[in-house]
Design a protein around this ligand. Structure first.
Ligand code: NI
Length: 145
């Protein structure tokens, strides 16, 4: 993490009161941490919109009795190759499977791959969440030191 800088902002009282309620509901200890997260979220949205490298977590719920569906989902992931970092499969019940697929790459390609799988017949629920390590948001390479 880089060094902290202090800044002051001016807000209408109503807006600040609404913000304080929001951060209390979400369990933030102070305004600074809540503001930092909001800014990170805005920067991430920009990265995703500009096709920057991100990490995507795709959750799928599908009926494995639909013919060829499992194979088709596997084929898409093999085609995506190194972009797929990991996949986890859970047999939810007699019919339904839950799959979580973690991908790394350009946001546009991840989104296309996810949309392709989500649109398949038999895939009943699903959601793609795009995020990143936060390194780019801090303007530095990520390290675990
Ligand atoms: Ni299953």
């Amino acid at each position: 993490m880089s060094e902290l800088s202090r800044t002051g902002i001016s807000l209408e009282q109503d807006l600040l009161a609404g913000f304080d309620k929001l951060i209390a509901r979400r369990g933030y200890k102070n305004r600074s941490e809540a503001l930092r997260d909001l800014i990170r979220e805005a920067l991430l949205t920009e990265e995703v919109d500009s096709n920057q490298p991100v990490v995507g977590t795709l959750t799928l719920v599908y009926d494995h009795h639909v013919p060829n569906l499992s194979q088709k989902l596997t084929e898409v992931q093999h085609h995506a190759g190194a972009m797929v970092l990991a996949a986890t499969h859970v047999h939810l019940d007699h019919h339904y499977c839950l799959e979580v697929i973690i991908m790394k790459g350009r946001s546009k390609v991840i989104r296309e791959t996810a949309d392709h799988m989500l649109a398949m017949r038999g895939v009943d629920l699903g959601k793609l969440v795009l995020t990143n390590s936060g390194a780019a948001l801090h303007g530095e390479e990520h390290s675990h030191d």
